[in-house]
Design a binder for this molecule. Sequence first.
Ligand SMILES: NC(=O)C1=CN([C@@H]2O[C@H](COP(=O)(O)OP(=O)(O)OC[C@H]3O[C@@H](n4cnc5c(N)ncnc54)[C@H](OP(=O)(O)O)[C@@H]3O)[C@@H](O)[C@H]2O)C=CC1
Ligand SMILES: O=C1O[C@H](COP(=O)(O)O)[C@@H](O)[C@H](O)[C@H]1O
Length: 498
Amino acid sequence: MSAAPARRPADLVIFGGTGDLAMRKLIPALYHCDRDGLLPSGTRVIAMSRSGLGDADYRDKVRAEVSVPGATPDDWRRFLTRLHHVSVDISAGVSAGGTNAGTGWDHLTALLTGGEERDRVFYLASPPMTFGPFCRGLGAAGLVTPASRVVLEKPLGRDLASAQRINDEVGEIFSESQIFRIDHYLGKETVQNLLVLRFANAFLEPIWNSLWIDHVQITVAETVGTPGRRGYYDHAGALRDMVQNHLLQLLCLVAMEPPSRNDREAIRDEKVKVLQALRPISGTEADRFTVRGQYTAGHVGGCAVPGYLDEPGSTPPTEASGRVETFAAIRAEVKNWRWAGVPFYLRTGKRMPFRHSEIVVRFKDVPHSIFPGGSPNRLVLRLQPSEGIELHLMAKEPGAGEVALRPVPLSLSFGQAFQGRVPEAYERLLMDVLTGNPTLFMRRDEVEAAWQWIDPILATWETAGTPPEPYPAGTAGPDGARELLGRSGRTWHEEEPA
Ligand SMILES: NC(=O)C1=CN([C@@H]2O[C@H](COP(=O)(O)OP(=O)(O)OC[C@H]3O[C@@H](n4cnc5c(N)ncnc54)[C@H](OP(=O)(O)O)[C@@H]3O)[C@@H](O)[C@H]2O)C=CC1
Ligand SMILES: O=C1O[C@H](COP(=O)(O)O)[C@@H](O)[C@H](O)[C@H]1O
């Protein structure tokens, strides 16, 4: 495991500790950190929600709902003793000066201020509109010290204006160096490896530009739908949930200039420049260069699944549910010297036929072909389900007679090359927060530059008055996504010869 162990015990307060993110990702990641000996003794995880659970109820809930392959009873026992739960309703507010008896804030204060001194990390795994009130609550309760840190989950806000408002509200309580804006894609091994591939190998840089590269495809396809998440997803959609953050971060890492140092500010400076160079897409261009879809009933992995509108959710579908996109595809362009004229095709969707996330860099045709057939080289960076890199080269099919060409992949599988379990992104990132390393987190200007580009697309979609194109669950998205590339004679990677 590459993460550094924490040196001092900490209190990690997870606001939203009963939610989907906490139960599916954060708690399993913390379990692994604990099992790998990275959490000093005395480190506690304090979950917060309105649920009214006590410590014992919360531990039972975690044990019943969280599954960790290979977990042992002893490891569970030790880990569970670290868990606590505090009930609080953020909408009830908090008042300064200790008049919060019975609100949950007094309970949190007692937990954090009694006993040995620990680092304090506040992880906001709750809807973004609760971030400001929660930080105000912490400030009023006097719980923020100069060494405290706060982690903000994505998407930060719904648009540029709300992101700025939340950043301002959080900034009233925490300084920028205390704020860790998380995008868990930056904690994935292959994503970090992209920087190493580009900047620790000499051969790629000379061809990493519009002279050699025809286009780039970035795909994050999921088989999961959104059961139980309607309350969140109806107000988010794929553009806010996935493109504004994960896909744009991937695009930045592919397109950025070489930073002068492996240093958090140098890397973040280069990413911001890419976001600022994105060609704006609005009005009629949004119709030409973007596609949105919503899944209907279908089959995924041989099982029948309902459409988005029939997903069981905490709330019944509304008019907003009919307009929300579960699939988005965009033809983006980075307007600078290196990338002039190179389309970056971004695509993400729920209920796709396979879970696969990848970046495909498609090179240009050879300038003069002396063999029949053949196809351009492709560099494929696989993020999920297994992580690895493939370089598709042209090779001659064995045999006499006329030369026949076939693309053959040179493959590197991280699982095979590096023995042992590859840590989940959240393990790495949680340890970075606990040890105070912000390199893989987003700076305020990055998040806001991303919204600046997303906003006009959102505005066009919201005023369009047309619903997203339907696509059956288990298919590769609406027809429009194929047409987005097809207009230029290109095809999505999975439709090219293997
Ligand atoms: N789920 C995922 O895979 C990912 C989610 N995220 C982000 O994480 C955040 C949470 O998402 P998710 O876990 O899916 O959402 P959920 O709706 O599943 O969970 C929300 C959590 O916040 C608590 N909460 C909500 N409102 C209040 C309130 N007023 N006072 C106190 N507690 C409150 C809820 O508890 P209760 O209702 O009991 O009070 C619950 O614990 C979102 O910002 C999302 O974008 C980011 C990456 C991945
Ligand atoms: O941030 C989010 O990410 C998950 C997908 O994460 P992955 O690591 O499993 O690829 C997505 O399902 C969720 O909707 C979104 O909020």
